[in-house]
Design a protein around this ligand. Structure first.
Ligand code: G6P
Length: 612
């Protein structure tokens, strides 16, 4: 999704090279065009440049930013929603006098109405974007007071926005505003910054302010002020970001995705260890007594993408261990399906970014209906983290590759921990069983490392399937949940069509697509289901499929049926996803690499989906 940045400084440093550097740290969000606007002190005007495609184009066109002179500017990477990715549609957008420039992330829902109104007043629109209406509205209401004008416009905008704004008659100032799209403000001694996400400014400052909904900020070199929509000053505390910029750099790996897969053992330990105390699972941040946990009638797990897949696994584990009924929902469905939520229901929203528009809307819907809510979130201070009743952070650290790997792993861990905690409070497991489960959890980081050690074998196998056009993943129970994620990983980065099916369901239609040489990835780790799934493997084999199986060490009978077997170490069957997903992540990665694709920035995708 779009990324916005801004910089104003008092020294000799030019803004544009800094904006380019900051934008490069937001590339992971996904984009198809980019642009910058800088206030030029000599000509006393706003200069801008835009390009379609990668940031490199903007870099080349401005000679690394040198051509855009000035110490105060805003920048943008655009992920097209309204209108094609063209130079005209790229941000910044300016009024016709070129005295106001705007970059925007989000969607303005009532833009057509305002476009028409302003056109009737003689305004000429150049682009197809919803954003252009913002700059024209600012122009229409502008009376020399940026703060007043911005709040006037905010009161008339419907939808979501994070905005960076320059006014040519307010040199050295950047204005920022937000509603439902992420925006942070950074402060250094002689400079100030805005950005959609922390990594964009981490090389310059660690002092970060999180903007709340309907707030406006005024930035000048070395100073930031905040106001509410009524223009009243708001006092805010800066947060010191503790993680290092190196955590958001590639550290010798060719792609962030491979680096992040290698960080899984650490991410798992970091999420797990603080919640194990004296041999028990302790999740302080739940803020719930055993009695309250026993009072839960039903759980909803709501999420999008891979986070939804972590939720599907969570359902099996939670129902199995704690015996609480669980409904798992895709957030974009949940929010509009008029869900039946009753007293005693508990809604869990899983999200890496904490900004996914549908997940945020689902959270609000659940709260409106009276449910108690928990966010399982990776990005500290994100919207869902702030709005949920309670937050359980996953400690994966910054995840840059669009395709999630380590954050997904930590979401699984959060689900396991919750399931154990709930099972214990509800008397479904005793101390000894809790201890055995914890011992298995503690072994996971090392076992994941063992999986990573055999990545060369997976790469060799992946190289045989670079030309595959269709791949099917099958599994039963938790193995089906694993298949969902394995299939998504493959298709999102390698563009190979793939589908995941409950193994017993394939024969109800989809098996007609199985023909000679078709690759079927069968995940079979659940002891009570292995025999059943071997029968499903036989079904596809007899129609010509080539079967790669992922199973647990010791299940040697699988070799008799499957063509290629990947073994994962023994663990409690509830936790096996954490191990079995690793070869599937690596498989997707190596197929994409073999096909020469940009693994970290797959086409059409965004890391943080802040639009509906
Ligand atoms: C995007 C990402 C996925 C992610 C999904 C949900 O589609 O590409 O990797 O699983 O959003 O994101 P969230 O931040 O809510 O976990």
């Amino acid at each position: 999704m779009c990324g916005i940045v801004g910089y104003t400084g008092s020294g000799a440093k030019q803004a544009a090279p800094i904006l380019l550097d900051s934008l490069s740290k937001l590339e992971y969000r996904g984009y198809d065009s980019a642009g910058m606007a800088v206030y030029d002190d000599e000509t006393k005007s706003i200069q801008f440049q835009k390009t379609v495609g990668r940031l490199k184009g903007l870099y080349d066109r401005t000679h690394g930013g040198a051509d855009l002179k000035g110490t105060c500017g805003i920048g943008h990477t655009r992920w097209a929603t309204h209108g094609e990715p063209t130079e005209v549609n790229a941000h910044p957008h300016l009024n016709s006098k070129q005295t106001i420039a705007v970059v925007h992330n989000g969607i303005i829902e009532n833009y057509l109405r305002w476009r028409k109104r302003l056109q009737d007043k003689g305004y000429i629109f150049k682009s197809d974007t919803d954003t252009e209406v913002i700059v024209q509205m600012l122009d229409y209401y502008y009376d020399g007071d940026p703060l007043k004008t911005i709040t006037t416009v905010m009161q008339r905008l419907e939808g979501s926005y994070a905005l960076g704004i320059l006014f040519s008659d307010h040199a050295g100032e950047i204005y920022a505003a937000r509603k439902d799209s992420p925006l942070i403000v950074g402060k250094a001694d002689d400079a100030a910054f805005i950005a959609s996400d922390v990594p964009a400014i981490l090389s310059y400052t660690r002092n970060v302010y999180y903007m709340e909904n309907e707030e406006v900020a005024r930035l000048t070199p070395g100073a930031v002020e905040f106001f509410n929509i009524d223009e009243e000053p708001v006092q805010k505390e800066a947060v010191t970001v503790s993680w290092d910029i190196h955590a958001a750099e590639k550290g010798g790996y060719e792609y962030f995705m491979l680096k992040e897969i290698h960080e899984e053992p650490k991410a798992v330990s970091d999420t797990l260890n603080p919640r194990i105390r004296d041999g028990h699972v302790v999740i302080d941040e739940l803020n719930m007594t055993d009695e309250e946990i026993r009072g839960i009638h039903k759980l909803f797990i709501v999420a999008c993408g891979s986070a939804y897949h972590a939720g599907v696994t969570g359902k099996y584990v939670m129902e199995g261990l704690a015996r609480i009924p669980v409904e798992v929902d895709i957030a974009s469905e949940f929010r509009y399906r008029d869900p039946i939520i009753e007293e005693g229901d508990y809604v869990i929203i899983i999200s890496q970014s904490g900004e996914t528009a549908d997940s945020l809307a689902a959270l609000r819907e659940a709260k409106k209906r009276g449910a108690r809510t928990l966010g399982i979130i990776n990005v500290v201070g994100s919207s869902i983290a702030r709005e949920a009743d309670n937050v359980m952070y996953t400690w994966a650290g910054p995840e840059i590759a669009v395709a999630t790997t380590k954050a997904y792993q930590t979401q699984l861990i959060a689900m396991y921990l919750l399931s154990i905690r709930f099972a214990k409070a509800r008397g479904k497991i005793d101390d000894a069983q809790e201890k055995a489960l914890i011992d298995d959890l503690k072994a996971l980081p090392e076992q994941i490392r063992m999986q990573l050690a055999s990545k060369a074998d997976i790469q060799k196998f992946a190289n045989r399937y670079l030309a595959a056009e269709h791949v099917f993943f099958i599994g039963r129970g938790i193995d089906y949940a694993i298949s969902l994620e394995g299939s998504l990983k493959l298709k999102e980065i390698s563009y190979v069509h793939s589908e995941a099916y409950p193994a017993g369901e394939l024969k109800h239609g989809t098996i007609s697509l199985i023909e000679d040489g078709r690759l079927v990835v069968a995940v079979l780790t659940q002891p009570n289901l292995i025999k059943k799934e071997i029968s499903n493997i036989v079904e596809v084999k007899s129609r010509g499929a080539f079967v790669m199986a992922v199973t647990t060490v010791g299940n040697t009978e699988v070799e008799k049926t499957a063509d290629y077997v990947v073994y994962v170490p023994k663990t409690n069957p509830y936790f096996v996803n954490s191990l079995a997903v690793v070869p599937l992540q690596l498989f997707g990665y190596y197929v994409a690499i073999g096909r020469g694709l940009d693994v970290d920035k797959p086409r059409n995708l965004a890391k943080s989906v802040t639009v509906e």
